[in-house]
Ligand binder design. Structure first.
Ligand code: ATP
Ligand code: MG
Ligand code: MG
Length: 366
């Protein structure tokens, strides 16, 4: 049997491991947190990402992948040359740094929001004008779930926001007047074979993904997204799987918001839509197993369970179970306000039924 190493042992590693097992693949996860969910279904090495013994064990695997982008450089340097790391260091250098990411996207021939790099105080002068007067200041590194971001619409707000973010390197992005947000995964083997996930529509709340929906319509947008994903995958030399987040403009044009070098929260619905899942696709792409598109066979949606401010405000699990077509996925994480604790997938025979039941499901998850 093949062995897959994963840097990280959170919910994505947990779900990768659950998809790997029926493919005859064993999983080894390196994760510092003793409570992380992947410990339940993978060989769990509880140690820092730079631990020599942990890295040596990963280097014995057939390939190594990751479940988050901020892997320490030392870990990648150790693994490089000892075991295939997919995606590799070159692609990660793009996706973990917002300014390099945008430069790399433009170089690949896809559109992005306008942006200005803010590294020293003088970069603030005139920056807002260059993005048409309103924007979002984002730290270049380490941001997720909307953390490390401030909306600004005046020079004074911009200066205050940069102070507030600790004067670290940032990008100021122009505010995109999108009509909706969509995402799409792409996988590429080391031999260059490509496969794609579904085009999924996403709704965020307070910067955190709330719902994702796949209805199977949107053929034109899906074709455009696939072509953009192909360009980026080829230009960045993708091996493994990555996910692109897009803004759709009123004209129908797509801009890339950001790229995650891995499976993505918006792709969780592929676990229960009847086709391959994004997790199986990442395992297959990374290990060079047969690969195909992972489009659901049925209309499918996902609702995230994000920790509410009040710990007692729990989802109504009994009512969720009673709703036809639901599948509960929990991450074995302690409650914290704003933390992703699990998700519920929902499938239905047709788009209209899906919409109706999704509205019901949303009311059951605070
Ligand atoms: P993730 O958890 O997806 O990694 P993140 O912290 O990296 O999130 P972004 O994806 O950059 O954050 O932004 C979070 C959300 O904020 C976006 O999905 C979108 O709704 C909104 N947003 C971000 N940038 C812009 C922009 N330039 N114009 C308009 N809305 C934006
Ligand atoms: Mg992000
Ligand atoms: Mg995002």
């Amino acid at each position: 049997p093949k062995t897959l190493g994963i840097l990280g042992g959170g919910q994505l590693a947990q779900m990768l491991a659950l998809a790997a097992i029926p493919l005859g693949v064993r999983v080894v996860a390196l994760e510092p947190d003793p409570q992380a969910g992947a410990r339940l279904c993978a060989k769990h090495l509880q140690a820092p990402y730079t631990d020599p013994a942990g890295l040596a064990r990963l280097a014995e695997c057939d390939a190594v992948t990751l479940e988050f982008e901020n892997v320490p450089v030392e870990a990648l340097e150790y693994l490089q040359g000892r075991v295939p790391v997919r995606p590799g260091a070159g692609l990660l250098a793009h996706s973990k740094h917002r300014a390099r990411e945008k430069e790399g996207l433009r170089a690949a021939g896809v559109g992005t929001a306008d942006w200005v790099t803010i590294e020293v105080e003088s970069d603030l002068t005139g920056a807002l004008e260059r993005v048409s007067g309103a924007g979002i200041l984002k730290t270049s590194e380490l941001g997720y779930d909307g953390k490390g971001q401030r909306r600004v619409s005046s020079e004074a707000e911009l200066t205050a926001a940069w102070d507030d973010l600790g004067r670290v390197p940032c990008v100021l992005e122009g505010l995109v007047p999108f009509v909706r947000e969509v995402s799409l995964g792409v996988a590429r083997t080391s031999g260059g074979a490509l496969a794609f996930g579904p085009l999924v529509e996403n709704v965020h709340r307070d910067g955190i993904l709330r719902t994702s929906v796949y209805l199977g319509a949107d053929q034109q947008a899906a074709a455009q997204a696939r072509e953009m994903a192909r360009r980026v995958a080829e230009a960045w030399g993708l091996e493994g799987l990555m996910t692109l987040e897009f803004f759709e403009l009123a004209s129908g044009e797509l801009l890339v918001n950001e790229v995650a070098p891995r499976v993505h929260n918006s792709g969780h619905l592929t676990q229960d839509g009847g086709g391959l899942s994004q997790f199986g696709a990442q395992v297959r792409a990374v290990l060079g197993l047969p690969l195909a598109d992972w489009t659901p066979l049925h209309p499918t949606a996902m609702v995230n369970w994000v920790g509410a401010e009040d710990e007692a405000a729990q989802p109504d699990w009994a009512a969720i179970d009673a709703l036809p077509g639901t599948h509960i996925h929990l991450y074995h994480k302690a409650w914290r306000s704003g933390r992703k604790l699990g998700h519920v997938n929902l499938t239905a025979p047709d788009a209209e039924t899906l919409r109706e039941r999704l509205a019901q499901l949303e009311r059951l998850i605070p």
